[in-house]
Write a protein that binds this ligand. Structure first.
Ligand SMILES: [Zn+2]
Length: 113
């Protein structure tokens, strides 16, 4: 099964075993024919259930430290302190190598940074 996002990104989903069986049961319960419609329904439902947590800056990162280079954000998924550099040209993230990632979104919303 593959999913294409609005940005043209294609996501491939491979399910097997118990999860595949659950997917088929949900698909049958919902009476949907297309796998994509099942995914769309599940994503919409999950987002509605967790909209507060999923909106705004990430809630699961921690401001770890300020240093001479910028700020370090602790990312529990990476188990790593992510350095965000404060430079005259921008604020690149050391992990994502961009200036628009969840680490930077989080950092910009911290009142003490
Ligand atoms: Zn980042």
């Amino acid at each position: 099964m593959s999913i294409t996002t609005d940005k043209g990104e294609k996501l491939n989903v491979h399910l097997k075993g118990e999860v595949a069986d659950k997917f088929k049961r949900i698909k049958g319960y919902l009476g949907l024919e297309q796998d994509t419609e099942v995914i769309r329904t599940l994503v919409t439902w999950y987002f509605a259930q967790h909209e507060k947590e999923l909106s705004g800056p990430p809630k699961n990162l921690w401001h770890f430290n300020l240093n001479d280079n910028g700020v370090v954000i602790w990312d529990p998924f990476l188990h790593w302190g992510v350095q965000i550099f404060f430079t005259p040209k921008g604020i690149p993230c050391s992990i994502d190598e961009t200036d628009d990632c969840r680490h930077i979104q989080f950092a910009l919303c911290q009142p003490d940074i």
